[in-house]
Design a protein around this ligand. Structure first.
Ligand code: 13P
Length: 246
């Protein structure tokens, strides 16, 4: 059985002192969990968070990176830079970045390859808009995004990659995909990866208004390996209940 993974995405929230307090509060609450616990923090919190998680079972991720190694890209951060301070995970292609910062399937693919090359584990986001859902295109959209994001990866790369299915209409809206719908989309993503790489052994998370009262139902579905949690990851106690759903 695949290990469950619960990842928080703080988005643009939390100052360093708040991050340190959060980790100090969360650590004792999740110390006995057998699930992988990840917190993806803003760049300015990374260093403090990495120092604070030492001796805990909490892992740390960034929320974005550039695909180039270095150079004249003002304001950007490379995979090598993240790796140099021991960041382990990086969210790539979140719908907010696709929507507000013009990320495309092509740039997502470049970032995924660069992350893996430098030993970071990408958490690759895919998901349909409300319009696409209503047009019955969900599975077509998410399988195509997945294929394009993972194009050119090796089998070993796949084993170091996490996919997060986040229907855009469910993010920050309080609307959650039904557990059956989320499971069906994730099953379709898994089948696509089987078709593209000959394995379906990959961790696939659900994201979109995950809370303590719906986590268990979602995370115990056959194909859902855990969650990528936004709003509810900003409160240590609430987040710990999601981590400890089982
Ligand atoms: P919410 O949990 O706030 O809906 O956000 C989901 C998300 O975008 C996580 O990456």
């Amino acid at each position: 059985m695949r290990r469950k993974v619960i990842a928080g995405n703080w988005k643009m929230n939390m100052l360093p002192n708040e991050a340190i307090d959060f980790i100090n509060n969360l650590a004792p609450l999740v110390k006995d969990s057998k699930n992988e616990v990840i917190i993806c923090v803003p760049f300015t919190d990374l260093f403090y968070t990495l120092l604070t998680v030492q001796e805990t079972n909490i892992h740390v991720g960034a929320q974005n990176m550039h695909w180039e190694e270095k150079g004249a890209y003002t304001g950007e951060v490379s995979a090598d830079m993240l790796k140099s301070i021991n960041v382990e995970y990086v969210i790539i292609g979140h719908s907010e970045r696709r929507q507000y910062f013009n990320e495309t399937d092509e740039t997502v693919n470049l970032k995924v390859k660069s992350a893996l090359k430098h030993g970071l584990k990408p958490i690759v986001c895919v998901g349909e808009t409300l319009e696409q859902k209503e047009a019955g295109k969900t599975l077509e959209v998410v399988t195509s995004q997945t294929s394009k994001a993972l194009q050119g990866l090796t089998l070993e790369d796949i084993s170091n990659t996490i996919v997060a299915y986040e229907p855009i209409w469910a993010i920050g809206t309080g609307k959650t995909a039904s557990s059956d719908d989320a499971n069906n989309s994730i099953k379709a993503i898994r089948n696509q990866i089987q078709k593209d790489f000959g394995t379906d052994d990959i961790t696939i998370l659900y994201g979109g208004s995950v809370k303590e009262d719906n986590a268990r139902e979602l995370f115990t579905m056959s194909d859902i390996d855990g969650g990528l949690v936004g709003g509810a990851s900003l409160n240590a106690e609430k987040f710990s209940k999601i981590v400890n759903f089982d």
